[in-house]
Write a protein that binds this ligand. Structure first.
Ligand code: MUC
Ligand code: MG
Length: 382
């Protein structure tokens, strides 16, 4: 029987191509935790966990993810049967509460290892892909309207993106609406405009904001209110023509069920990391589907490793009415994969298997790695 032999993890810090201005933080770099699992037959699996803006987005940081993986998850999984990913998930959920991103990173590496041993794309472990590519939005978040417009025009001309998510919530509502209007007018019809408020609005702001956004033809507002304000989200969903999307409020199937019961969103931003893993993200999609809520493949701004795993999972879901925002590898100043994920024709393409279908570039790994512990570095590159 093949067993889980060793789990290593390391933080990589990679600069972004420009400041990424979100309501709660401005990112100038992203920090990913890469997880490498070695199995007793010599096979390996790769996973990733990323948070956004340190602890300003949620309750996990790169450092907490690293510690959870190394100090708590690895010891409870070592020696378990490698092919029983469901068993490992239960063991992790029993031993480690919360820490969804950390658990998801390890689970990803277990699925990747299993798929590689079987010589299959990871999507096949979830019943097979029903799509080989998906629409991919880009986030405009330079903080300056004219820079965002220039950036969007270049991306449209390159046939890379025709859906844009605008990060708002740092200004007052009136100025935010002026910012979205300027971009909408400059880009014209036929271009999808969505906004992400990252919880920055009060209910009063949201009433004005959603009305203004409806008027200018935006399609969707993501997490306008605090993640804890389910009643407010339900009220907005009932009263707005523009779609209301839950993001930070959605941490796995239990939240999905609660939001669906209260009809507190039109759309779920389903994130593998935030859901607690690929399997639980698939369950979130099933709840959305059963409740008539649309799905959107979200990101925690992962590198190509986490992005590839998400692509495999979202390739298998029946419906993906709002496409994806699996663009993050393009937000970083450098590529850590040996072969980058392909973006063309306004879509992102699912990498071919086995496993997640991508490999790390060992030189990039060595370059961006935060610590210099050679033992882990060796394990991550072999
Ligand atoms: C978020 O809140 O959705 C996703 C895309 C992006 O630019 O930021 C993330 C976080
Ligand atoms: Mg969001």
């Amino acid at each position: 029987m093949v067993t889980i032999d060793r789990i290593d993890a390391a933080i990589l810090d990679i600069p972004t191509i420009r400041g990424h201005v979100l309501a709660m933080a401005t990112m100038r770099q992203q920090s990913f935790v890469l997880v490498h699992v070695r199995f007793s037959d010599g096979s390996t699996g790769l996973g990733e966990g990323a948070s956004i803006g340190g602890l300003s987005y949620g309750n996990e940081s790169p450092e907490s993810i690293l510690s959870a993986v190394r100090d708590f998850i690895a010891p409870c999984l070592n020696g378990l049967p490698a092919d029983n990913v469901n068993g490992a998930i239960l063991r992790m959920e029993k031993a480690v509460k919360g820490n969804f991103i950390a658990r998801a990173a390890v689970e990803m590496a277990l699925w990747d290892g299993l798929a590689r041993r079987r010589g299959l794309p990871l999507a096949d472990l979830f019943g097979g892909a029903v799509r080989t590519s998906m629409p991919v939005a880009w986030t405009l978040a330079s903080g300056v309207s004219s820079t965002d417009i220039e950036e969007a025009k270049e991306l449209i001309a390159a046939a890379r993106h025709n859906i844009f998510k605008l990060k708002i919530g740092t200004r007052n509502v009136r100025d935010d609406i002026a910012h979205v209007t300027a971009i909408r007018q400059a880009l014209g019809d036929g271009i999808g405009i969505r906004v992400d408020v990252n919880q920055a609005w009060s209910m009063h702001d949201a009433r004005w904001g959603t009305a203004g956004l409806e008027e200018l033809g935006a399609e969707l507002v993501e997490q306008p209110l605090s993640a804890s304000d389910t009643a407010g989200m339900a009220e907005l969903t009932a009263s707005s023509r523009i779609a209301i999307m839950a993001d930070e409020a959605l941490n796995g199937p239990v939240d999905a069920q609660a939001l669906a019961c209260r009809r507190a969103a039109d759309v779920f931003a389903v994130k593998v990391a935030q859901s607690g893993g690929l399997k639980r993200a698939r369950e979130v999609c099933a709840i959305a589907d059963a409740a008539g809520i649309g799905t959107y493949a979200g990101t925690m701004l992962e590198s190509g490793v986490g992005t590839a795993a998400s692509l495999h999972l979202f390739a298998t879901v029946d419906k993906l009415q709002w496409g994806s925002e699996l663009f993050a590898p393009l937000l970083f100043a450098d590529e850590i994969l040996a072969e980058p994920i392909r973006y063309s024709d306004f879509a992102v393409h699912v990498p071919d298997g086995p496993g997640i279908g991508v490999e790390l570039d060992p030189d990039k790994l060595a370059h961006y790695r935060r610590d210099s512990r050679k033992s882990s570095l060796h394990a991550l590159t072999n």
